[in-house]
Design a protein around this ligand. Structure first.
Ligand SMILES: C[S@@+](CC[C@H](N)C(=O)[O-])C[C@H]1O[C@@H](n2cnc3c(N)ncnc32)[C@H](O)[C@@H]1O
Length: 309
């Protein structure tokens, strides 16, 4: 501390010299509200430095610390969106997301909320934009369908984010859970989510994982199962599973779970036609233990569950 009251003043970030503000919160520099004032005061009091009788005071507002909420919107139906997701959307001053997901929640946003919507294939740009907006001090909601951490935006965003912002994850009901509920109880025992999209993962890696799931007798949920450009992968994956489980193994296909045009069908590994599946669907393949009971797909809770109870 200097004897010259105009050169240095400590305390939690109020003044540093006469134009700067200390950054004690990791939130960046603030706006100077009241410039240097030299006045009478008591040396050692908070916000005050200098010799007794002369003090320098200035007041600044800290830049607000930004907040990034990564919000899962659920599979489609409004009543499958959690109250916490709704609260985060109402709190946000900036909403970032794929245009079709943002459209789904526009009516929940406060007037004046800034919307940064973009199209498919711009995931990295969206993640960066959300983090940049939070770093600038805004309350940002980065939205995704289902759970935003499942084949979605949470990981690219958190790869960009550093310790200068607060991050809150709001879990959502995944498409897998919504589809399973439509089919019955196919997830009663061990299961695995596998994406058949080879846009970001080489096919040999996917194939190896499908083989491992087949050998492990896991119920399999195929995400991104088929599109116009990726039309052969589902058939190949089903063939691998068929090499390890009976032809009568139940297979469920659910399209647009919880949306107005939801549809579902039950088939078997021997009979299922991959051509009925598109990118709006999810395919659930039972394990060797999965059965159809009264038209519902059921995977028993355990191999010895009934014996033990
Ligand atoms: C990029 S992933 C997004 C997954 C999402 N984050 C989740 O937690 O469910 C997109 C894929 O999820 C599946 N999907 C998403 N919503 C669905 C729904 N309502 N019904 C059936 N499948 C859905 C489809 O396989 C689609 O190709």
């Amino acid at each position: 501390m200097s004897d010259d009251p105009s050169t240095e003043v400590h305390d939690h970030g109020r003044v540093h010299d006469h134009t700067e503000v200390h950054d004690h919160g990791g939130g960046g520099w603030g706006d100077l509200l009241v410039g240097k004032v030299v006045a009478a005061g008591v040396a050692g009091a908070p916000g005050v430095a200098g010799v007794a009788g002369r003090v320098t005071v200035a007041v600044a507002r800290h830049a607000p610390r930004g907040r990034l909420a990564i919000v899962g919107l659920g599979p489609g139906a409004r009543d499958l969106m959690t109250p916490r997701a709704v609260a985060e959307l109402r709190r946000a001053s900036v909403v970032v997301g794929l245009d079709q997901y943002v459209d789904q929640v526009r009516d929940l946003l406060r007037p004046g909320t800034r919307i940064l919507a973009s199209g498919l294939g711009q995931e990295e740009e969206r993640a960066r934009a959300a983090v940049d907006e939070a770093r600038a001090g805004h309350a940002v909601a980065l939205v995704g369908s289902g759970d935003a951490g499942v084949y979605a935006m949470a990981s690219p965003a958190l790869e960009e984010a550093d310790g200068t912002i607060d991050v809150v994850g709001v879990p959502g009901v995944t498409a897998g859970l919504a589809a399973a509920a439509v089919l019955g109880a196919p997830l009663g025992h061990d299961h695995v989510y596998l994406s058949l999209s080879d846009l970001h993962t080489p096919w040999p890696v996917i194939e190896k994982r499908v083989r491992a799931a087949a050998e492990g007798d896991l119920v399999v949920l195929f995400y991104n199962p088929r599109s116009r450009a990726r039309h052969w992968q589902l058939e190949a994956a089903l063939k691998t599973l068929a090499g390890h489980r009976p032809p009568a193994t139940p297979v469920g296909v659910v399209r647009n779970a919880s949306r107005p045009d939801e549809s579902a069908l039950l088939s078997t590994l021997a009979d299922v036609d991959p051509a009925v599946v598109d990118m709006y669907g999810l395919v659930v393949v039972g394990s060797s233990q999965t059965r159809v009971v009264a038209g519902r797909m059921v995977t028993p809770r355990g191999y010895r569950w009934r014996e033990g109870s």
